[in-house]
Design a protein around this ligand. Sequence first.
Ligand code: ADP
Ligand code: MG
Length: 264
Amino acid sequence: DFRCKTPISKRFTFCKINTMGSQTMFLKCNNITKLFGGLAALQDVSFEVEDGEIRGLIGPNGSGKTTLFNVISGVLKPTEGKVMFMERDITPLSPYNICHLGIARSFQIPHPFKEMTVWENVALGALFGKDQSFSDEEAKEKAKEIIDFVGLQVKDDTYPGELTAGGLRKLELARALATKPKLLLADEVLSGLSKKEMQEASMILKRIRDEMGITIIWVEHIMDVLMDVVDKVTVLNYGALIAEGTPEEVANNEEVVEAYLGKE
Ligand code: ADP
Ligand code: MG
C-alpha cells in the first residue's frame, strides 16, 4: 500500500498532486471545547493531522491531552465543536463505532484483563477491531505477530501480572494495534520506563508508522524523546492550543518554554 508506507518526508510530490484535486484531511478537530462544571479542560481547540504523520501532543499535566483523546475516541462528547475523521463527522458516534472506523488508543494507565493471558488480551483486540472475519485460531496467530512486533517476550501462558512496567506499555500498544487502526492515539507510553526502555518504545512507535502505515498522535508531558521522532508538535496549556510546528520551532517557542518552566 503505497499511500500508507511512504514516510511523510518523502510524500511531498504525492501531497502536491493531491492538492490539485479534492484534498481530504485525515483528522480534523474543529473548535473543541470540553467543560467539566466550571473548568474548561479544552478551550476552542482546532487542529489537523495528515495521513502518515506522527504528531506529538504535549503540554504540562492537566493541560487537556487525555481529555482530547477521550473526545476523539468518543469516550467523552465535547461541549462544543466536532471531530472529522476521513471526511466524516464522528462526534456523535459511540467509542465502539469509532474504533471500527479505525481509531484505536492505548491508555495512560494500562488496564489489561488480568485473568486472561497476554496473547488472549491481544487477540481480544483483534476480535473487537474492524475485521470480524477472524476465527479464534487466526486471532491467536495475529495476536502473536503483533506481540512479536512490539517486542514483547512472553510464553503462551504468561499473564499480564507477570509483566514489567515496560511490558505492560507494550501490551497496551499491542492491544490497540490488534484492532487494525488507521489512527493510533498513544497516551504517555513512556511513563514509568527507564531511559533505555523509552528509546525502545519511541522506536516501536516509529516502526508502527513506517512499517504498518498507521498515523499516530502521541501524547507525552515530557518532550525530549518524543521530539526526535515526531513530524510536528501541537502544544496544549490550560486546555488551549498555544503552539504548533516542527519540534525545533516548538522547542524555541517562548510561550511553550514558559508553560513548562512555570509548572515544573
Ligand atoms: P492531561 O492529560 O493533559 O494531564 P487531562 O485531560 O487529564 O490532562 O485533564 C485536564 C483537566 O480536566 C484537569 O484539570 C483534570 O483535572 C480535568 N478533568 C479531566 N477529566 C475530568 C473528569 N472526568 N471530570 C472532571 N474533571 C476532569
Ligand atoms: Mg493525561
